[in-house]
Design a protein around this ligand. Sequence first.
Ligand SMILES: NC(=O)c1ccc[n+]([C@@H]2O[C@H](COP(=O)([O-])OP(=O)(O)OC[C@H]3O[C@@H](n4cnc5c(N)ncnc54)[C@H](O)[C@@H]3O)[C@@H](O)[C@H]2O)c1
Length: 349
Amino acid sequence: MIKIAIIGTGNMVGGHVNNYKDLRGVKVVAGVDLDATRAADFCEKHDIPHAFSSIKELLASCDFDAASVVTPDAFHVPCALPLIKAGKHVLCEKPIAPDAKEGKKLVTAAKKAGIINMINFSYRNASCLQKANQLVTAGKLGNIRHFEAHYLQCWLSSPVWGDWKTNPNWLWRLSTKHGSQGVLGDVGVHIADLTCFAANDTVKTINGHLKTFDKAKNNRIGEYPLDANDSAFMRIELENGGTGTISASRWASGQINSLALCLYGDKGGLRLDLDKSDSELEVCIGTDLKKAQWKTLKCKKTPSIYHRFIKSIKTGKNDQPDFEHGWKIQKILDACITSNKQKKTLRVR
Ligand SMILES: NC(=O)c1ccc[n+]([C@@H]2O[C@H](COP(=O)([O-])OP(=O)(O)OC[C@H]3O[C@@H](n4cnc5c(N)ncnc54)[C@H](O)[C@@H]3O)[C@@H](O)[C@H]2O)c1
């Protein structure tokens, strides 16, 4: 039995606990949250034996093998470090940290401790994305030449996800003081990972543009200065030469959670739209390219990151995306922020 502790019992914790429940030989044994009541309510709801309000208490009095870190972005590193030092395997939420320098601490600590480590780039659970990666890796699209990708949400203009003006769970996402890198760090990180994974490539250069709109009196609500970016644009060249754009926004009125990618090579193209389906992929490859005809591929279910995290623990073989990969994606975000400030194209190193 692999025993799991979950740190941070807010909005996203449901994804973790419900996925672990579906896996045989896995038991969530503890929930930890700075808000002791929230931790206790969560543990009661899911029949989890131990609730704590600090990692120190958890480490002192609970027997467990691995942890999910599901705290706000600013707390990923401070929460994961003591767990890693205690020899626990860690599945950490994205982004790895507020910047790459901070994220590197997790990469180094995980290597030193020899623990299994993964970053929850959850859209990798979509079988159409796994299929896209396989097709590109097998050369079915030829050399990648062009791509367009977006991740669009509307929670700043619509109450579909709740009222961000009164809810700390949304307000921390709008404030750099609270460790947020805005829409870029929140969901831009997902679409950057998705694009690189589908293209089986990494980013060489980036030209970034970020925009923050005034959203309240003095652009502040209580302790939250609303200074984090709302819209992000990345003009990118990949290491293998393909060029394209990635954008993300919280102002895409009418779009609840829309991720899409079009990827074109010199032998074919593919389109995925997770709003429509996470198991269907449109392709124009092989002889279909002559008539520019598109076909829909039905993609078989693939194992989730939670499943692969547990399998990695059992086999001792660390699957992807690991901390090092999370750190590399973080370097793209950092370069986007610097490029926006300096108004020039930068090499991602
Ligand atoms: N992979 C995905 O698809 C996905 C989706 C949503 C959110 N996320 C990520 O999950 C993380 C959490 O997001 P959320 O929406 O659940 O946030 P949230 O604000 O709803 O919940 C965070 C919880 O963490 C607790 N917390 C804060 N600091 C803590 C600490 N030091 N120790 C223990 N608990 C602490 C808070 O009290 C709160 O209950 C973020 O990093 C976010 O980017 C990932």
